[in-house]
Write a protein that binds this ligand. Structure first.
Ligand code: GLP
Length: 261
């Protein structure tokens, strides 16, 4: 795991974008794993700048969302499909036809579970995710994998915690409008991406970041799966890094592997 600490949220976005770009294969058809939330917005702006400068082309890219609410009507402004169209497709130039989002429209548990299994199959059919972009919740959650989620879980139907519904109520007119269920990529699904890039900024994420980076690998902190991945990059601003014990080593390691001192 590579831990990169930069001074500000802006410099973190820039460093995270570099980690994404260097993980994409040369040529057509990169496959991005997409996170919603405020954490990656600066990173998406940096990817847009790189595309505008001709350093990358997302016009043939595919994107796979981490998660989706269950039961919102098609086109609902807060559905993650609509959020990703606004915050990613229209920003970085990824075509809507290349955007894949778990299907939260099933009317029955069986339909939703079938859709979740089909989503994992679609990721595999696309050749897997090249780079998965991740945020982290204050309780360590990744996607909608709350503490206690199996480390080998697949994309599946989950009930949202009361805490997460309350956190996300700000996006809806009434608290009761927040869906009770979601479909989320599983932690096992996320681990199959060839590179993971997690971005976190701000003091409110410091405890979750410390647990994910330096705590035990445990379902109690879903973000700790990054420790199990062979190519994981964690990009932080100073505030999000403030709970790390091994900070000095991360700064040393950031000087690279050249043998000269
Ligand atoms: C939601 C999303 C996660 C996201 C998290 C943190 O629960 N499902 O993918 O990482 O919120 O959001 P933010 O980046 O806004 O703090």
């Amino acid at each position: 795991m590579e831990v990169i600490v930069t001074p500000t949220p802006e410099s973190a976005a820039s460093a995270a974008a570099q980690a994404v770009l260097s993980g994409l294969p040369a040529g057509a058809g990169p496959v991005l794993g997409l996170a919603t939330g405020s954490s990656p917005l600066g990173l998406y702006a940096e990817l847009a700048a790189a595309a505008a400068a001709g350093r990358v082309d997302f016009s043939t890219a595919k994107g796979f969302a981490l998660d989706e609410y269950v039961g919102l009507p098609a086109g609902h402004v807060q559905s993650y499909r609509e959020v990703l169209i606004r915050e990613v497709c229209e920003v970085i130039g990824l075509p809507m036809a290349g955007l894949n989002v778990p299907d939260g429209s099933g009317a029955t548990q069986a339909e939703l579970e079938a859709g979740a299994a089909a989503y994992d199959a679609a990721i595999a059919a696309a050749g897997g995710v090249d780079v998965q972009i991740l945020g982290i919740g204050a309780n360590g959650h990744v996607g909608f994998n709350e503490p206690g989620s199996s480390l080998s879980s697949r994309t599946r139907l989950k009930r949202l915690t009361a805490r997460t519904r309350l956190d996300n109520a700000r996006f809806f007119e009434h608290d009761g409008d927040v869906p009770t269920h979601c479909i989320t990529q599983g932690l096992g699904t996320v681990l199959e991406a060839r590179r993971l890039v997690l971005i976190a900024t701000g003091a409110a994420k410091a405890a979750a970041v410390a647990a994910a980076v330096e705590g035990p690998l445990t379902a109690s902190c879903p973000g700790s799966i990054l420790q199990w991945h062979a190519d994981a990059v964690v990009v932080l601003d100073e505030a999000a890094a403030s709970g790390l014990a091994n900070r000095e080593y991360y700064d040393d390691a950031a000087r690279g592997l050249a043998l000269a001192p």
